[in-house]
Design a protein around this ligand. Structure first.
Ligand code: CAA
Length: 380
């Protein structure tokens, strides 16, 4: 693995860093307090080519690679983890499966506007009774002439309240289990689709999620993504890539907590000197910095493998489980360094602490990542 970024990758990093510092960071705490979807930032990310980073230009994207994607994810998430996950869902969970499993007409109709940022996507796999056990789908799809009729409920759908297009998973043959799941491309304005109110969340409050109710939604067969019964593989291979994006988001959150703690430690004085001069604080900062770098290396490795077309399931899970746990440890230590000021909304570390938690839960909990890693270890 080459640890030297290419000129193009450095340019993406610099562009995302400048945008994050100048346009995203100044709004982050207010967006969080208001639980507001940052429509204007999404529009700017579209202008910067960030919504379909690894999608070829012919399909509306920026034609870059997955290393560029994780660089952008870290920078945006360092400023605002909510804006980071909006970016991640559109790139990893929506554009990626359309690119991999979509037909050319589907790419033309659905992928192009999503990768160009003219539309925004969501990914609907989870249900009230199917989270970690993703194969336990109860949303059903029945054949009806040349089309399908779909009924069910989806839960915690990130971007749901603001999405135009949804990658939807349904059960076509319950007896077949995970081989009975079929994926569809659902326009969110299709008759029978209704979003519940946005979820009230602990963190990433500016990223809106909701339930989606599907009441006899009719879709033409041209909306089917991949094979009938092939939906579980679409979901799992999509999540492999998504987990790299969430790992990069976690690195961004951890870096935010570390950098804010360093700034505070240089300013805050106790016992006649800046707290950064106390070894108790220095040891914390040293451990935090080491963990952030280690997490980033795992993220870069997984992204590099994906770019090379190699298998990366296990490496994506390793990156996600490690980076998300680092984000939580580092944010916790940052709150400790801030002391009382870490516990109030006037400073950003309480937001990092709240935002970090979800990275251990969505796109597969830490427990699921460990199952995936162990499963792959024992298979070899
Ligand atoms: N790529 C391709 N195919 C895969 C795969 C992968 N990474 N992993 C498994 N499969 C295939 C298997 O080969 C197998 O195929 P066959 O039937 O042909 O043999 C099939 O899928 C079933 O595999 P398993 O028996 O391993 O499946 P399982 O039911 O035991 O589940 C699991 C495995 C890893 C626990 C899986 O259910 C899982 O990942 N659960 C977590 C779900 C998750 O991450 N949800 C996140 C929701 S989305 C979200 O969070 C978005 C957001 O808000 C931002």
């Amino acid at each position: 693995m080459d640890l030297q970024l290419t000129d193009e990758q450095r340019l993406v990093q610099e562009t995302a860093r400048t945008f994050a510092r100048e346009e995203v960071l100044p709004k982050a705490s207010q967006l969080d307090r208001e639980h507001r979807h940052p429509k204007e930032l999404v529009a700017r990310m579209a202008e910067l080519g960030l919504l379909g980073i690894a999608v070829p230009e012919e399909w509306g994207g920026a034609g870059l690679d997955n290393v560029s994607y994780v660089l952008a994810m870290e920078e945006i998430s360092r400023a605002c983890a909510s804006t980071g996950v909006i970016l991640s869902v559109n790139n990893s969970l929506v554009c990626d499966p359309l690119l991999k499993f979509g037909s050319d007409p589907q790419k033309r109709e659905f992928l192009k506007p999503l990768a160009a940022g003219e539309k925004l996507g969501c990914f609907a796999l989870s249900e009230p009774e199917a989270g970690s056990d993703a194969a336990a789908q109860t949303t059903v799809s029945h054949r009806d002439g040349n089309g399908w009729v779909i009924t069910g409920i989806k839960n915690w759908i990130t971007n749901g309240p603001v999405a135009d297009t949804c990658i939807l998973f349904t059960m076509t043959d319950r007896a077949a289990g995970s081989r009975g799941i079929t994926a569809f491309i659902l326009p969110m304005n299709a008759p029978g689709v209704r979003c519940g109110p946005p979820d009230r969340k602990l963190g990433i409050r500016a990223s809106q999620s909701c339930q989606i109710f599907l009441d006899e939604v009719r879709l033409d067969d041209s909306h089917r993504l991949g094979e009938v019964g092939g939906g579980f593989k679409v979901a799992m291979s999509t999540l492999d890539g998504g987990r790299i994006g969430i790992a990069a988001q976690a690195v961004g959150i951890a870096r935010a907590a570390l950098e804010d703690a360093m700034g505070y430690a240089r300013e805050r004085k106790t016992f006649g000197q800046a707290i950064a001069q106390h070894q108790a604080i220095q040891f914390k900062l040293a451990d935090m910095a080491t963990e952030v770098d280690a997490a980033r290396l795992l993220v870069w490795r997984a992204a590099t493998l994906k770019d090379r077309g190699a298998r990366f399931t296990s490496e994506a899970s390793m990156a996600k489980v490690f980076a998300s746990e680092v984000a939580n440890r580092v944010a916790k230590e940052a709150v400790q360094i801030f002391g009382g000021n870490g516990y109030v909304e006037d400073f950003p570390v309480e937001r990092h602490f709240r935002d970090a938690k979800i990275t251990e839960i969505y796109e597969g909990t830490s427990e699921i990542q460990r199952l995936v890693i162990a499963g792959n270890l024992l298979k070899e």
